[in-house]
Design a protein around this ligand. Structure first.
Ligand code: PMV
Length: 357
């Protein structure tokens, strides 16, 4: 039997596999400009969480002549129909820019390294990884290199989920037009270039899982409720001020003002939810119990530990990596009772996305 391969008969398979981390905002994006697509009402700034990520492989399967986006979406190897409408509408938004979407059927295989049902949003890492793999495939499919690959990936990721545009870069990343950051834009994120001194240059995030159920109000609905919120104009102005103040704190190594801005931003995010119509509360009693424990620990130990919150009940405990041991002890001894099934996840903030060969 002739076992030699007939290469001419093997179709040319294009495939791209990217890992993209999640991020946690220090100054929050909460509210969109009323014109344009997914443009932020204020600039935001975040830390990229290297150890909490999504890995996405896209395989170009065969031709697509339907005139519509054609794809299969798998999560952890299982078909996930519930995610398809969001991906379909994302593909429609980028249709004109991506020949590979117009001409091919795509198989998207995605997995998160953090467990399901922990309340950790995977939309930033998910759309980040999807955008990176799509940009990569577009280059391979057309044979044309993009002028600035990461900039394009950030712009594309933004159209899937606003905060995803910040996940394209490592470390501290800003998104939104502002005076303090050169080349800043509402369309894509920019890595923070200034030197950051210790202890703010190497922060870790311990995500304390308070509630793992589905959020009662999604981020999409939450953003839209800002339109009629009587406090939104004041919030946008305060957030813009906090964005420029936090940059100043990072550049000057001013830990005290950094902590004050980070915690105030978290509480303002939730205050906006409470002031929306209809009003809602995503914090749980254990969210507040943990915040009070963190304040008491900071007071007692004199360590620069602080909390922030996402749009959910979980608490993000931020601290310089040099205090990892003492903070993990504090979590194990004082906070586990407030965490759902004693769950928490620690992440460094150094590394950004990676192409997996
Ligand atoms: O990217 P979205 O639409 O899921 O909005 C994210 C909003 C917050 O996570 C609450 C804040 C932020 O800046 O990431």
């Amino acid at each position: 039997m002739d076992v030699s391969l007939n290469f001419a008969a093997v179709p040319h398979i294009l495939k791209s596999n990217w890992r993209c981390p999640s991020n946690i905002a220090l100054v929050k994006y909460w509210g969109k400009k009323e014109s344009g697509t997914q443009l932020p009402a204020n600039p935001s700034i975040s830390l990229t969480l290297s150890d909490l990520y999504t890995e996405t492989t896209i395989t170009v399967n065969h031709g697509n002549v339907s005139g519509e986006p054609a794809f299969t979406f798998l999560l952890e190897g299982q078909s996930k129909l519930a995610f398809e409408p969001k991906i379909y509408s994302f593909f429609k938004k980028i249709w004109n820019d991506f020949q590979v979407i117009r001409e091919c059927h795509l198989v998207i295989d995605s997995k998160n390294n953090f467990p399901h049902g922990t309340g950790i949003a995977s939309s930033a890492s998910g759309f980040g990884a999807l955008a990176l793999a799509l940009c990569d495939l577009e280059q391979a499919h057309t044979g044309k290199m993009m002028d600035d690959f990461f900039n394009k990936a950030s712009e594309v990721a933004r159209l899937g989920s606003g905060s995803a545009c910040r996940s394209i870069y490592a470390g501290v990343t800003s998104w939104g037009k502002c005076e303090s950051i050169e080349n800043s834009s509402d369309f894509y994120a920019t890595p923070f270039q200034s030197k950051i001194d210790a202890p703010l240059n190497d922060l870790m995030d311990a995500v304390l899982i308070v509630d793992d159920s589905e959020k009662s109000v999604s981020s999409t609905e939450g953003h839209s409720l800002l339109i009629n919120n009587p406090y939104s104009a004041a919030r946008y102005a305060t957030a813009a001020k906090n964005h420029s103040r936090i940059i100043d704190s990072l550049e000057k190594g001013n830990v005290r003002s950094f902590i004050q801005i980070v915690e105030s931003e978290a509480l303002q995010l939730h205050a906006m939810m409470m002031a929306s119509s209809p009003y809602y509360i995503l914090m749980r009693p254990n969210t507040l119990a943990i915040i009070e424990k963190i304040w008491a620990f900071r007071e007692k130990e004199g360590l620069p530990v602080m909390f922030t919150l996402d749009a959910g009940a979980n608490v993000h405990l931020l601290y310089p990596a040099e205090y990892n041991e003492v903070v993990v002890n504090f979590i194990e001894n004082a906070l586990l009772d407030y965490c759902k099934s004693g769950q928490y996840l620690c992440s460094f903030t150094g590394k950004g996305p990676e192409k997996i060969q």
